[in-house]
Design a protein around this ligand. Structure first.
Ligand SMILES: [Zn+2]
Length: 317
């Protein structure tokens, strides 16, 4: 079955260690070979600039990751850049869709031109913060717990204009509500249910309901600390997340954002992309096939931005 995975950190690993091969490295949880084993998959590749990078160098680091995406990911046979829904529909058998996303806007500082440059380079989904504060908003782990700044609001409006997903994963609760009010295309690429696991990265019931009302999708993530308060997470904890969101009325708005390559600890029996097969086997014990196809692929794919609005003759789609 085809998989739409809304979040991974492969680009960060390739950035930090140029010797890692995207083809088949054992240091990666998602490789070209593992993506290729099922046809028609769509994988989101996040630009995440590590905190250790000096603020003055973060935009250069983000551009380096864009370069890695084009040079090391998109050059693989059958890998296709996806920037609009029509690109997903056009994927042939054997082809894999690759979506470029941004996790945290620290790299743009307070400069909208830098954001627009990244959009022009193909970024189709933008998370405003990582865990801490930046010029746009506070992240989920920032003690101040503030909302969107004036600049953050301008960024959300820019994303609306360009038909870009605004990713609420990692935002503080207050910033989440500010985004919900403003954003036309909100999603949560990799967030779980707070009621099932009380972590600040997770979404409370009213947040999930608000996201569903805005036609968003919740990408259930395989990070053990966001799945359960028990020391070990297993596949049944992933199923509980799906059941819970479905019971809130989101059965057609659940997807997956694995966070592969962004996290050392993994769920038992889901330690790499290939282990989606273990999850799928378990899903078949609980849900009908069309529901499974929805959460694995269709729910995110159906809401993928339809087309980017051209803002100037220079805007490259
Ligand atoms: Zn993340």
């Amino acid at each position: 079955m085809k998989i739409f995975d809304a979040h991974c950190d492969v680009l960060m690993k390739l950035f930090l260690d140029p010797n890692i091969s995207f083809l088949d490295s054992e240091k990666l949880q998602i490789t070209y070979q593992s993506l290729q084993e099922t046809s028609g998959n769509v994988q989101c590749f996040a630009i995440y600039v590590p905190e250790a990078v000096h603020p003055d160098m973060r935009f250069i680091a983000a551009l380096s990751m864009v370069d890695i995406f084009y040079e090391k990911v998109l050059t693989m046979p059958g890998m296709k850049l996806v920037t609009a829904q029509k690109d997903i529909e056009a994927l042939k058998e054997e082809e894999i869709g690759a979506v470029l996303t941004l996790e945290g806007c620290d790299c743009i500082g307070g400069d909208l031109l830098k954001l627009k440059t990244l959009l022009r380079l193909g970024v189709t989904s933008v998370g405003l913060t990582w865990n801490f504060a930046n010029r746009l908003a506070d992240g989920a782990m920032e003690k101040r717990a503030g909302g969107l700044t004036g600049f953050g609001k301008n960024v959300v409006k820019t994303l609306n204009q360009h038909h870009i997903w605004c990713d609420v994963s990692h935002l503080s609760e207050k910033a989440f509500w500010d985004v919900i009010e403003l954003a036309d295309y909100p999603i949560a690429s990799h967030s779980n249910v707070h009621r099932l696991c009380r972590h600040p990265r997770n979404l409370k019931d009213d947040q999930i309901k608000a996201l569903l009302k805005k036609n968003g999708v919740v990408g259930v993530t395989f990070v053990p600390q966001f799945l359960t308060e028990k020391p070990v997470a297993n596949i049944s904890d992933v199923i509980k997340q799906i059941d819970y969101i479905a019971n809130l009325g989101g059965g057609r708005q659940i997807g997956f954002g694995s966070d592969f390559d962004g996290n050392d600890q993994m769920v038992q029996n889901i330690s790499s992309y290939r282990d989606y097969s273990n999850l799928i086997n378990e899903l078949h014990k609980h849900y009908p096939a069309d529901f499974i196809q929805g959460i694995l692929f269709d729910n995110f794919a159906a809401r993928f931005p339809k087309n980017k609005k051209v803002s100037s003759p220079l805007f490259v789609t």
